[in-house]
Design a protein around this ligand. Structure first.
Ligand code: NAD
Length: 483
C-alpha cells in the first residue's frame, strides 16, 4: 500500500466529473515494459456502478432529447479534440498496454478518430420507414435508443475497441457506462474528459474502473442497464450472457479467435509469408483475429516455414518507446505465464519450435516471436487461443483438407486465404466459417465494414450500419386515417 501513496491517483469519471471510489481503494497500474507502477487507479464498487447508471439514466432525456444534428456536432467536436490530443493519448496507451508507439500512432489512433467521425455522421441519418399496410392507416417505424449501455472492454486495444462501442451507442442517443480492463484503464479516462470538453452533457458518458468480477458483474446484473456490449474472453462472455438474463438485457459479444491463414502453393509466397508473420506478431499476438494458425499446402510447407522464420528474425522486440521497436511486451505477468505455458505445451505435444520459445530478459514481459512447425491440427496449440506471439504452422493436402482444419476449432472470427487461382479463393471464402475472410491479404478492418464472429467468437456485429442495430429498438406506429 505504501507504494501507492507516491503515485498519481486516478479517479472514476461519473456525471461529468472525477469521483473518488466509495471503497476508498485503488489498484496499482503497472507498465508492462518495465514492471514499474504508473498510477494508482480507483477500484470501483457495486455502489459506484449504481451511481454511474443513475447518472446515465438521467442523462438519457437530455442526450436523446437533443436534435440529432446537434449530437452529431458534439461528436465531431470530440473527434477534433481527440485528434488534437492524439500524441498525448498515444503516449498513454503505449505505456499502459506496452504497445509500440509507432503501432499506436499508425493503427489505433487513426482508427479511433475515424470511428468517432464515422458515427458522428450517422446521428441524423438513423431513420425509420413508412410501411404500406392498409389504406386506412399510416404505419411507420422509428428507431429509438436502447437506453443505458454498459460497455466492457479488453486490454489489447483499449481505446480503439472502446471507441467501436462508445461511438455508435452515443450516435444512437444512448448513454454509456464504460468498464475498462483493469490492466489498461488510462486512455478511456482521458477520452471521457475530452468528450465532456467537446460538449457532451454530464452523465452521458461515465467510466467506472475496477475489477471485472465487481464492476463488470455489477453492470451486467444492474436492472437499469438495457444493453451490454462486451469484448473479451469466451468464459467471461458466457457469464455475461447468463447474468444479462436477469432483466433480459440485450447483449453483443466479441470474443476470441484461432484464425487460420491458408496458403496454397500457387500463392505469392513472399507476400503471404510477410503478411502471415505480421498477422501473428502484430501487437505481440494479442489480437482477437491474430492468424495464429498458418495452414500451408504440403508442397510449399518447408519453403513457407523458412520464409516465416526469416520474417520473424527481422522483428525488433524492445521498449515500446524505441522508434525501431516492432514488438513490445505482452500485457502482464499473467499473460506472460499463459504464453510460456502454451510454449511448453507445444513442445510436450511434439511440435518443434523453429524459432523463439522463451522469455526475453528478466524485467518487462517480453517473449520471443515463436514459430512451431510439425504441428498437428488436434494439438492444443492448434486449437486454443494463446493470445501471444506464438504461431502454429500446419500442412494440408487439398482444399477440403484445408477447410476441414480451418473450420475445425470452436471459434469463427476471421480467416485468410492465399492463392493465385480466382475460382479457388472464392470457393474458400464461401467455405470458411468466419465473420471476415481476407483474400491475398490479412488483418485489415475498417469501421464501415461489419466485424464479429460466431461460435466461441461470440455474436452480433460491430462497425458499419450493423452496429446501429445494437443500440436502437425499432418502434412501430399505427395511426388510423379514416376519420
Ligand atoms: P477478459 O474476458 O478477461 O476481460 C475483458 C473485460 O471483461 C475486462 O474489462 C474485464 O475486467 C471484464 N471482466 C472480467 N471478468 C468479468 C465478469 N465476471 N463480469 C463482467 N466483466 C468481466 O478478456 P481480456 O483478457 O481482457 O481480453 C482478451 C480476450 O479478449 C481474448 O480472448 C481475445 O480474443 C478477446 N478479444 C476479442 C476481440 C474481438 O473483437 N472479438 C477483440 C479483442 C480481444
Amino acid at each position: 500500500m505504501n507504494r501507492q501513496t507516491d503515485l498519481q491517483h486516478i479517479e472514476l469519471f461519473i456525471d461529468g466529473r472525477h469521483v473518488k471510489p466509495s471503497s476508498g481503494e485503488y489498484s496499482v497500474d503497472i507498465d508492462p515494459a518495465t514492471e514499474e507502477p504508473i498510477a494508482a487507479v480507483a477500484l470501483g464498487s457495486k455502489a459506484d456502478v449504481d451511481v454511474a447508471v443513475k447518472a446515465a439514466r438521467a442523462a438519457l432525456k437530455v442526450w436523446g432529447g437533443m436534435r440529432a444534428a446537434d449530437r452529431g456536432r458534439i461528436l465531431q467536436r470530440a473527434a477534433d479534440l481527440i485528434e488534437e490530443h492524439s500524441e498525448e493519448l498515444i503516449q498513454i496507451e503505449s505505456r499502459d498496454a506496452g504497445k509500440p508507439l509507432g503501432g499506436v500512432r499508425r493503427q489505433d489512433m487513426p482508427a479511433v478518430i475515424d470511428t468517432i467521425r464515422y458515427y458522428a455522421g450517422w446521428c441524423d441519418k438513423i431513420t425509420g420507414s413508412v410501411v404500406p399496410t392498409r389504406p386506412d392507416a399510416l404505419t411507420y417505424t422509428v428507431r429509438e435508443p436502447v437506453g443505458v449501455v454498459g460497455a466492457i472492454i479488453p486490454w489489447n486495444f483499449p481505446m480503439m475497441i472502446g471507441m467501436w462501442k462508445i461511438a455508435p451507442a452515443l450516435a444512437c442517443g444512448c448513454t454509456v457506462v464504460v468498464k475498462p480492463a483493469e490492466l489498461t484503464p488510462l486512455s478511456m479516462l482521458r477520452i471521457a474528459e475530452l468528450l465532456v470538453e467537446a460538449g457532451l452533457p454530464p452523465g452521458v458518458f461515465n467510466v467506472v474502473t475496477g475489477k471485472g468480477s465487481v464492476v463488470g458483474e455489477a453492470l451486467v446484473q444492474h436492472p437499469d442497464v438495457n444493453k451490454v456490449t462486451f469484448t473479451g474472453s469466451p468464459n467471461v462472455g458466457r457469464g455475461i450472457l447468463q447474468g444479462a438474463a436477469s432483466n433480459f438485457k440485450r447483449v453483443t459479444l466479441e470474443l476470441g479467435g484461432k484464425s487460420a491463414n491458408v496458403i496454397f502453393a500457387d500463392a505469392n509466397l513472399d507476400r503471404a509469408a510477410r503478411s502471415a508473420a505480421s498477422g501473428i506478431f502484430f501487437n505481440a499476438g494479442q489480437v482477437c483475429s491474430a492468424g495464429s494458425r498458418v495452414l500451408v499446402e504440403r508442397s510449399a510447407y518447408d519453403e513457407v516455414v523458412d520464409r516465416l522464420v526469416a520474417r520473424a528474425k527481422t522483428i525488433k522486440v524492445g521498449s515500446p518507446e524505441a522508434p525501431d521497436t516492432t514488438m513490445g511486451p505482452v500485457v502482464s505477468a499473467n499473460q506472460l505465464k499463459t504464453v510460456l505455458n502454451y510454449i511448453d505445451i507445444g513442445r510436450s505435444e511434439g511440435a518443434s519450435a523453429v524459432i523463439g520459445g522463451a522469455r526475453i530478459g528478466k524485467k518487462g514481459y517480453y517473449v520471443q516471436p515463436t514459430i512451431f512447425a510439425k504441428v498437428a491440427h488436434e494439438m492444443r496449440i492448434s486449437q486454443e487461443e494463446i493470445f501471444g506471439p506464438v504461431l502454429s504452422v500446419i500442412p494440408f493436402d487439398d482444399e477440403q483438407d484445408a477447410l476441414r482444419m480451418a473450420n475445425g476449432t470452436a471459434y469463427s472470427l476471421a480467416a485468410g486465404v492465399w492463392s493465385a487461382d480466382i475460382g479457388r479463393v472464392h470457393r474458400m471464402a464461401a467455405g470458411l466459417k468466419a465473420g471476415t475472410v481476407w483474400i491475398n491479404t490479412y488483418g485489415y478492418t475498417d469501421v464501415r465494414l461489419p466485424w464479429g464472429g460466431s461460435g466461441e467468437s461470440g455474436f452480433g456485429r460491430e462497425h458499419g450500419e450493423a452496429a446501429l442495430e445494437n443500440f436502437t429498438e425499432p418502434k412501430s406506429v399505427w395511426m388510423a386515417i379514416d376519420q
